[in-house]
Design a protein around this ligand. Sequence first.
Ligand SMILES: NC(=O)c1ccc[n+]([C@@H]2O[C@H](COP(=O)([O-])OP(=O)(O)OC[C@H]3O[C@@H](n4cnc5c(N)ncnc54)[C@H](OP(=O)(O)O)[C@@H]3O)[C@@H](O)[C@H]2O)c1
Length: 283
Amino acid sequence: MTYTLTILGCGVMGQAVLSAIYKAPKATSVIKALYPSKIITCNHDEPSAQQVTDLISTFETSPNGIEVVSTYGKNVEAVKQSDVIILGTKPFLAEQVLNGVKDVTSGKLIISLAAGWTIGQLQAYTPSVSRVMTNTPAKYGYGCAVVSHSPQVTEDQKSLVSELISHVGKYVELPEKNMDAATALVGSGPAFVLLVLESLMESGIKMGIPLKESTECALKVLEGTAKMVEESGVHPSVLKHQVCTPGGTTIAGLCVMEDKGVKSGIIRGVEEAARVAAELGKK
Ligand SMILES: NC(=O)c1ccc[n+]([C@@H]2O[C@H](COP(=O)([O-])OP(=O)(O)OC[C@H]3O[C@@H](n4cnc5c(N)ncnc54)[C@H](OP(=O)(O)O)[C@@H]3O)[C@@H](O)[C@H]2O)c1
């Protein structure tokens, strides 16, 4: 089977997902059937369509032979030709954009990237809906995607969603009740980690390490620690205690951070982001 996929709203996230699918390594013939032969990207204005054209011009030929056509102002024509639609507009524009194509969405699979849009809301347009929460590192293949499906999504469609979306980085299926938490942890997560990165960098600068070296060291500490947890499979608390020499520097630093409420501040911050995500869906 060959099919056409439309990305309805191809900005930051749409382009990240487009890049991931387009550059996916060459698949075996069975898996290749899960890839579109053509991707149509839809934007509102000419400059953003040109941005997608410029991005595609930096790509080599797609290993799975995918052709990309960048358009603007042609949502209905694009959706009409497509079996699968990725919704990549901002949440507040999703209703207007979906209403504009609702006469041609029936029976198609919608994969929605929109924060706060529930499966129930999206089913006003088609029964088969996969709700995805991903993040900006997807652009580099280090993203994370949390996915929930409507009951009408078939096993074949689940395989298609998993094959396409897994190229953003990590693919995790969870029930929809976890989606607001995933929006905070995964979608907003990079901003929270960047705050930690910035704090580490600035601590180095404050004590006289130049910006460049402070940045390199802070980055490697974050990357190395994440790899250590992933590869060892050991709980972070255990690894943290392995670094704490009795009466030493690390426990002294950790005590001050606990006094300042760093850990509960992060937990409460992520929780607040999830609360706001839940509100988005009600607007
Ligand atoms: N950015 C993140 O970190 C992040 C993280 C997790 C989830 N998300 C989700 O990803 C979705 C997209 O966010 P984003 O940051 O990628 O937004 P974005 O960069 O603003 O991209 C949205 C795109 O939608 C297009 N658009 C607007 N009106 C349209 C219309 N009538 N028809 C067709 N296309 C239209 C815009 O084109 P024009 O420029 O031409 O108007 C723009 O290219 C959101 O729902 C958000 O919740 C984002």
